[in-house]
Design a protein around this ligand. Structure first.
Ligand code: NAD
Length: 478
């Protein structure tokens, strides 16, 4: 029988034993997968110190040399896709196909960010004084703390470390307690490519201890966090003492607006895809639908059938299923509570509506709720599960008002054949991202950023890259 692996923190280019450990389990069947460090304050301090010690030499390397390490890591990732994808499926529960997409996308993302090495640009500004040149330099911030959620755990390492490193920062990553194994696998690839020590560090453990220590440190120059609004808010409070720069990618409650002139086949297909991906546990998932009355009955019927046909189960035992389990018992209970409350408040259950008893794992039936209203919790709070609540509206105006009346402001979508309606929606919807006639999923060259409580700052593309820099203006009289 194979032994349960025990992971070590990766600090200053070395794997280091921890005193205490957390257990990691497979959400599909409860199997114990590993033990990982429950790091202490001194481990976090060591990692921050290593990142600080490494930052000067790393920033002094030409950006193309820094980028060459990212490309090497991308190659090592591509050499190991099946093993990495399996690890993600085991600890996070996502289906194998999506896990492979995540791994390949991560490699592509590293290559994409590496391409920016020769495009990091400052400015030359006209001066008021004769003989003076004003230069705006772009510089690294120093040490970045990257704090990760569990839903795309492998990709999110790259989303933080790639722009941080190519612009000359060093980083300390804290993976989620739920999904740390793939982060230690990433650290092993970093080790194999010979990245200078201290540039990339991993410390695992609880948010309340390791996360708090990282975000409260005066030796961290930027906190790049992806996770829930509640944790983002706590991090902001903790960072306030040092006024540490924040980049917060938080939750969403994406509205999908389906107008009377929409291609309903497309709308059903795309909204279903955006709801069941990763079992509904994605920040940009379609979380609520506003459908115009003229097509509402037909849309609800078709969506009910499409969701009911969704297959689910243990993704390792049944590789063809479309959905795996939810991440943990708390996630399952929350989805169950929200559906029960909505039905109690008058929502009509079209399909699903219960825990799926497979004898193992945290599975919830794909669910559609019709007749929802704006005052229901299910239309206002993030569900993070395979449940689609639908509200009927009489016009695009009403849909836009309801869509904007939200604490969240990350992604949104509109289904219409009218260019005028699409453009009006783009102008009036207050969201960081809007998808027209397609499923919700961002591109690495875009800019993933939310308004309201969905976050501060953003990720990806040129604008995401420059979040990891500060400017220095030089007034040069020479
Ligand atoms: P979470 O907020 O519970 O945890 C995220 C991370 O924060 C974990 O590593 C956790 O240990 C850490 N943490 C917890 N308390 C902390 C504290 N006090 N100080 C510092 N760190 C702390 O989120 P989750 O359940 O892992 O992820 C799901 C959430 O993430 C959802 O709300 C989802 O919408 C959001 N998300 C957003 C994006 C985006 O790009 N906007 C992407 C993925 C996920």
């Amino acid at each position: 029988m194979s032994q349960t692996p025990t992971h070590q923190n990766y600090i200053n280019g070395a794997f280091i034993d921890a005193v205490e450990h957390l257990e990691v389990h497979n959400p599909a069947n409860g199997a114990l997968l590993s033990r990982v460090p429950e790091s202490r304050a001194e481990d976090v301090e060591r990692a921050i110190a290593a990142a600080n010690d490494a930052k000067k030499a790393w920033a002094a390397l030409p950006a193309v040399e820094r980028a060459s390490y990212l490309r090497k890591i991308a190659t090592r990732i591509r050499d190991n896709v099946p093993a990495l994808a399996r690890m993600i499926t085991e600890e996070q529960g996502k289906v194998s196909g999506l896990a492979e997409v995540e791994v390949n996308f991560t490699a592509d993302y590293l290559d994409y960010m590496a391409e920016w090495a020769r495009r990091i640009e400052g400015e030359v500004i006209e001066s008021d004084r004769p003989g003076e040149t004003i230069l705006m330099l772009r510089k690294p911030l120093g040490v970045v703390a990257g704090i990760l959620p569990w839903n795309f755990p492998f990709f999110l390492i790259a989303r933080k470390m790639a722009p941080a490193l190519v612009t000359g920062n060093t980083i300390v990553i804290k993976p989620s307690e739920e999904t740390p194994n793939n982060c230690f696998a990433f650290a092993r690839l970093v080790e194999e490519v010979g990245l200078p020590k201290g540039v990339f560090n991993v410390v695992s453990g609880a948010g309340a201890s390791v996360g708090q220590a990282l975000t409260g440190s005066s030796r961290v120059d930027m906190i790049s966090f992806t996770g829930s609004v509640a944790t983002g808010s706590r991090i902001m409070a903790n960072a306030a003492g040092n006024l540490t720069k924040l980049n917060l990618e938080l939750g969403g409650k994406a509205p999908a607006i389906v107008l009377g002139d929409a291609d309903l086949d497309l709308a059903v297909k795309a909204i279903r895809a955006s709801r069941i991906i990763n079992t509904g546990q994605v920040c940009n998932c379609a979380e609520r639908v506003y459908v115009e009355r003229t097509v509402a009955d037909e849309f609800v019927t078709r969506m009910g059938k499409a969701m009911a046909a969704t297959t689910f189960g243990d993704p390792l035992a049944q590789p063809d299923v479309e959905m795996g389990p939810l991440i943990n018992r708390a996630g399952l209970d929350k989805v169950g509570r929200m559906v029960k409350a909505a039905v109690g408040e008058g929502a009509e259950l079209i399909t699903g509506g219960a825990v799926a008893d497979l004898g193992h794992g945290f599975h919830y039936q794909p669910t559609v709720l019709a007749g929802c209203r704006a005052d229901m919790g299910i239309m206002r709070q993030e569900i993070f599960g395979p449940v689609l609540p639908i509200q009927v509206v009489d016009s695009l105006d009403e849909a836009i008002v309801l869509a904007n009346d939200s604490d969240y402001g990350l992604t949104s979508s509109v289904y219409t054949r009218s260019l005028a309606n699409a453009m009006r929606a783009c102008r009036e919807i207050d969201y960081g991202e809007t998808y027209i006639n397609r499923e919700n999923f961002e591109a690495m060259q875009g800019y993933h950023a939310g308004v309201r409580k969905s976050g501060i700052g953003g990720a990806d593309g040129k604008h995401g890259l420059y979040e990891y820099t500060h400017t220095q203006v030089v007034y040069l009289e020479a």
